[in-house]
Each structure stands twice: as structure tokens, then as C-alpha cells.
Design a protein around this ligand. Sequence first.
Ligand SMILES: [Zn+2]
Ligand SMILES: [Zn+2]
Length: 366
Amino acid sequence: MSALPKTSFAMVQTGIRELKGQDIPLPQIDDDSAILQIEACGICGSDYEQFEGALGTPMPVVPGHEPLGRVAAIGDRAARKWNLNVGDRIAVETMISCHTCSTCLGGHYHLCGQRRIYSYIPLSEKPGLWGSYSQYMFVDGNSVVHKVDPDLDPRIAVMFNPLGAGYRWAVEMPGTSIGDDVVIMGPGQRGLASVIACKEAGARRIIVTGLAADARKLALARELGATHTIDVENENPKLRVKEITGGRGVDVVVDVSSYAVEPIVQAMSFVRMGGVVVLAGVKGGRVVPDFVSDIVVMKEITIKGAIGVTSSGYESAIRTIESGRVPIEKMHTHDFRLEDAELAIKTLAREIPGEESIHSCLVPEF
Ligand SMILES: [Zn+2]
Ligand SMILES: [Zn+2]
């Protein structure tokens, strides 16, 4: 790899719905950190929320929390700890946790009270390159990183992020295994990733719900392994799930829909006695009308909240992508230059007529 440049071009969020290109000095690395040359940065609903100012993140800031890239420089201790050399391709996890508090040591490092999150650390905090809307990103010594096959197309390899969520939320947390029936609510990139993960886990029936406007995504869900799809606006989802499962209900329900609260109530009717419901879609703080807690008691439903992804989910995702046995590239719809980050976010948020994003990413130019 050639010598590092003095600066990195990055898109900086300077205000609500405001991104500006800027050259930011590349730092000297210390013994414990690294510099990543970004090959692709995935974007998701959180990017839109950050862009809108809904997350209250400090500004100015370099957004981008789904980085994939090559190690451009690395400190000696970091190289030993992560078993990495310059040139290796890695996926970097979003959370920078302390790895010493009781939450971290209890195996829940993604919930660490001291955690910092890439893309939400302001430019004013040295060295400023804390996000991957950039040619280069600083990799803090407390990061968790994963090696990725260098021969993969980076736009596909960067899907380690949504697929990692699919593994954690739809397989690891509910304990989905061979023969299980699953309902996945919401056919966005994380719902589709959940389909892939459940299929890999050996689920029997994989049912995906969506709106009439999601017809294309529901068709893709079937291509990726869904056995049934339900258009909740034109079908009765409760009756359909009953029909499909012979009246028993499903073992697992995963809600990855955002803002809509109806799926929470529906999930309680879809799940079988003693089944598991994973709630992974945030609802913007809305309350859920018509939620009857007695159903949870009577059916002994286990409800789990899921935020973020941990190491094992990412590892499963990376191994699945590397295996080439899943046509995950069918989920990839758009890639954009860094300069077009705003267009990428608006496309994701359906603000660009005629464009429908499933998986989108930014690909820096050099
Ligand atoms: Zn994301
Ligand atoms: Zn901690």
C-alpha cells in the first residue's frame, strides 16, 4: 500500500439535513489504533435519522457507522491484538465499548454504559475521522474488527452489517433452529437479511409481512427463501398465519418494521403458545394502542428487545457472504460516491421519486 496522504476527503454533517465535503488531516497512529482506507460504507435508517437530526448527535461530525475497508496503517500492539497487517480487509463494528465494565464482562459489550459509537463522535474530538463517510477512518483501539475475504466485491462484503443483524435478531436471540416457523415483519434490508439467516438456520416456514407498496421487496423475500409473504393491507395477516401454520402459530416473530406500531399487536397473535417475539424496529417513541398484556401472560410469550449486533452475528454474516451460497447481491440496489451522500440518504428515505433502495452504500473514490 502506498504512503498515506496528509488528508482524507470526508462528508461532514454541519447541521440538520446538511452535509459538506471537507479535507480532514489524517492523524498519526499510536500503538493501539489503526487507519482504515474505506472501500464501502453501508447506510441504513439510522443514517437518515442522523441526517434529520432525530438522534440529537453532536455536530459537526463525520457520519457513517457501517465501515468496510483496508488497513492503511496500524500500531504494533493493535496489529498483534487483532492479528492484522497493512492491506488486510476488515469490517469494523459500530460500537467502541470499554471491555472492562460489568456489562461488557457479562457478555453485553454492545450495551456498555461507556460505549461510543462511530459516526456520533464529533469532529472536535481528536482525530475527528470517527465516521466512514470518508476516504479514511480512524480505528480506535477498543474497536472490534473482523477479517473479510479480500476478493469479494466491497459493495457486497459491506452487507455484513444488515446480515449480522439478521443473524442476531432472527436466529441468535430467539434461538431459531431447524424446523421452526418464523414470521418476519417488514421487508426492508434487515427483514430480508432475517430471511437469509432463518433459512441458513434451517427454519421450515418463513413468512414475511409488508405493505402493498412493498410488492417488489416481498418478491425478493421469496427469492431469498421466504416460503410465504403477506400483504397486510390486502390480506388478513392473522388469518393467513393461522392458515399457514394449521392454527398453531409460529415459533418466532421478528419485528423489524420502523414507526408502525400495529405489528407489535399482530405479533402477539402470530406467535404460538410459549413462543418468542423479538422487537427490533424502533417506533419513534410512539405508544402501542390495543396492546393487551394478558395475551403475553396467557400464551407465556417471551418478548425480547434487540438493539445492535454483536461479534457472533457479524461472524455468521461474514462467513455466509464469503461462502457465496446466498444470492445476497440481489439486495444491493444502489451505490453512490461520497459527494452524493445526501442523494444516497434521500434515496433510502424514498424522497427520490421512482427510486427504491433496499441495500445502498457509499463507495469513496481515490
Ligand atoms: Zn446502520
Ligand atoms: Zn463496558
